[in-house]
Design a protein around this ligand. Structure first.
Ligand code: CA
Length: 247
């Protein structure tokens, strides 16, 4: 089925941090949407997250110029590999950027085939809102989620343990491999890509309530940011909202 879409992204520094180290990409023409949550102190996180989304966009632009991409998982794997290489290279060349790293989550939609793929590295997430229900489509690459998956204490580990937020994979560090999967997208679906600055502040039940009403993607994104700030805004907050329509 041919698809079309409308999308918007919004990022906010939150109420505690001085800099916004998140970055996002909304490439409506090429169907690529991404969120990156950078870490590394001073301004390094900003550099890492920006390099991640810019590199993903560049890899896609080159592929599209060369013709319609047929091996989408291979293309997405290249986005992550090139983004990681760019971050590692830049970190090696500037001492102040030595500790930088970033998450990267993306959604890629193919207009003609109606195909949809998601990929992530780190703890930024993709949700799908469909028929009044919110479904998380990604599993965090974090210590807390690995423990929960192994049966070691559930979601509360993240809140209680000082290591709960530690990432087991991210770009710029040792394990930078993405999880890539194809998913289905149908008219009426709404996708949310976001960072932990949103999901740490807003429980998933409330996320659904904020995302559900038929507002534009830009208005919905703004509501999410306002909700996270009202709940404390302890970290940078970024959301990309993508509404799927028939092509
Ligand atoms: Ca964050």
């Amino acid at each position: 089925m041919k698809l079309d879409w409308e999308a918007a992204g919004v990022t906010d520094v939150g109420r505690v941090r001085r800099n916004d180290e998140d970055a996002y990409l909304v490439d409506t023409d090429r169907g690529l949407f991404a969120v990156a949550d950078g870490v590394g102190g001073s301004r390094a996180g900003e550099v890492a997250s920006r390099l991640a989304v810019d590199t993903a966009a560049e890899v896609l632009a080159e592929a599209v110029l060369a013709g319609a991409p047929d091996d989408v998982p291979g293309l997405i794997a290249r986005m992550f590999a090139k983004a990681n290489a760019a971050i590692v290279e830049r970190a090696a060349s500037e001492a102040a950027l030595g500790q930088m790293a970033t998450t990267l989550v993306l959604l890629y939609l193919d207009r003609a085939s109606g195909g949809a793929w998601i990929a992530h590295c780190g703890d930024s997430r993709v949700y799908r809102w469909r028929g009044g229900a919110l479904e998380r489509l990604t599993r965090d690459h974090s210590f807390a989620e690995e423990l929960a998956r192994a049966g070691g204490g559930g979601v509360s580990v993240r809140a209680q343990s000082p290591f709960g937020h530690v990432l087991t994979r991210c770009l710029g560090r040792q394990d930078s491999s993405p999880d890539i999967r194809d998913i289905d997208a149908i008219p009426g679906d709404r996708f949310l890509l976001c960072c932990d600055g949103l999901t740490d502040m807003i429980p998933e039940n409330d996320l659904g309530n904020l995302l559900g009403p038929r507002l534009s993607p830009a208005e919905s994104g703004r509501r999410l940011i306002d909700g996270a700030n009202a709940a404390g805004g302890k970290d940078n907050i970024t959301a990309v909202v993508v509404d799927i329509a028939a092509g």
